[in-house]
Design a binder for this molecule. Structure first.
Ligand SMILES: *Cc1c(COP(=O)(O)O)cnc(C)c1O
Length: 387
């Protein structure tokens, strides 16, 4: 977070009682431009599923459209219908595809279904015969074994002389399973398979890479890339420095400061144990806010492998989480701050500029994606406008 006038203006509207998310739309736009540039001759799409990775689909869509994005991916047709008025001339692709009963959402909102199976293909073709021409995308599975036609099905379809002339996908796509691990041999195997698909569908645009896939190099870029997490400031590649700007800063309020004695315990299960006289900040953040119980400072049985939990950041100091995260409250050790530095009403940064979201995620055995998409409803949200 910066101390610019924009920031102060954005913060001025906060409800004094609440925790807050500060969402930097300038950083969002910069990150998208960075990924677009890294995509070389390919153009970058924008991924807006799950309420734009939790940050809010409306501001995210408007910002990324203004930055130049014209291709938008969401998970389902309901998300697509919500997005349509925000990007009137954008292409909106629906990852889950079309099925009986939701086809009207596609035709009414001009949404592009992604065809993930032969059943979806058959249904789309029958819907087309009633509704007339409509674009679609063909998703081919090259090794993830999640969604998509198998290689065999896709190649048969491409070479089928009886293939309906009206079946003309505007894009063929696939999804990488291991791109976050650059040395994984499956990356290259998927690339080779996808090349066979694009050769079979000659003249059709193609797309393979997510954020991590973009970092695998230009061979993986094809015509369009699909960067999600990197645009939201998260880490894409395991073990590589994160060059993206943080987009989301999460701050929670201190409700109370307690003094405890050597030998005391705190939180459920007496999970925080004090080996010295300590000062503890009781903070209004819990697992109901997406601050997962697994990031606890201790007392979580399944997480013995990573005994130290998450850290917060307060008045220039990293402060350790203590004991178990509870539904609405968390404890942080503020003993090493100057006396009276931590006060009720102060905000602790949970992640953002000073604490990387991926470090908190790692402490809890999860990923930044999950931290963002489970933030919950109890925050005031302030958006710092892009330039
Ligand atoms: C979510 C998603 C993306 C974006 O992936 P990131 O890892 O967030 O960059 C790209 N493609 C598909 C098919 C997706 O489901």
């Amino acid at each position: 977070m910066t101390d610019s006038d924009d920031t102060s203006a954005a913060l001025a509207g906060f409800d004094a009682a609440s925790n807050r998310l500060i969402i930097d739309l300038g950083a969002l736009a910069d990150n998208w431009r960075t990924m677009d540039k890294l995509s070389g001759t390919a153009r970058a799409a924008a991924i807006l599923k799950a309420n734009a990775y939790g940050i809010g689909i409306e501001p995210a869509a408007e910002t990324l459209y203004a930055a130049g994005a014209r291709d938008f991916f969401v998970a389902n047709a309901e998300e697509g219908a919500e997005l349509r008025p925000l990007v009137p001339d954008g292409r909106i692709y629906i990852l889950a595809g079309m099925w009986p009963g939701n086809e009207h959402l596609f035709f009414d909102n001009g949404l592009v279904p992604i065809i993930n199976s032969e059943e979806q293909l058959a249904f789309f073709m029958s819907a087309l015969s009633e509704r007339g021409d409509h674009p679609c995308v063909l998703h081919v599975d090259t090794g993830m074994n999640r969604l998509g036609l198998s290689m065999k099905e896709a190649l048969m379809l491409a070479n089928d002389p009886a293939r309906p002339a009206s079946f003309s996908p505007i894009l063929v796509m696939s999804h990488l399973a291991c791109a976050d691990d650059q040395a994984h041999p499956l990356n290259r195997r998927q690339l080779e398979s996808f090349r066979a698909v694009t050769a079979a569908f000659e003249g059709v645009e193609s797309s393979l890479a997510n954020s991590a896939g973009i970092h695998l190099g230009s061979e993986y870029h094809f015509d369009m890339t699909r960067p999600g997490i990197a645009v939201y400031g998260g880490e894409a590649v395991n073990g590589a420095p994160n060059m993206m700007k943080p987009v989301v800063t999460s701050e929670a309020r201190i409700l109370q400061i307690r003094d405890v004695r050597t030998g005391d315990t705190a939180s459920y299960g007496a999970s925080a144990q004090f080996a010295r006289d300590s000062r503890v900040a009781i903070v209004a953040i819990g697992y109901a806010d997406g601050y997962h119980r697994s990031v606890s400072g201790g007392g979580v049985a399944l997480r013995q492998a990573t005994p130290s939990g998450a850290y917060g950041f307060l008045h220039g100091h990293k402060v350790a989480h203590l004991g178990r995260v509870t539904m609405d409250l968390s404890l942080f050790d503020v003993t090493d701050l100057p006396v009276n530095a931590a006060r009720p009403g102060d905000y602790i940064e949970l992640f953002g500029e000073n604490i990387a979201i991926d470090d908190v995620a790692r402490a809890g055995g999860t990923i930044g994606y999950e931290m963002l998409t489970s933030l919950g409803q109890r925050y005031d949200r302030a958006y710092i406008e892009a330039e």
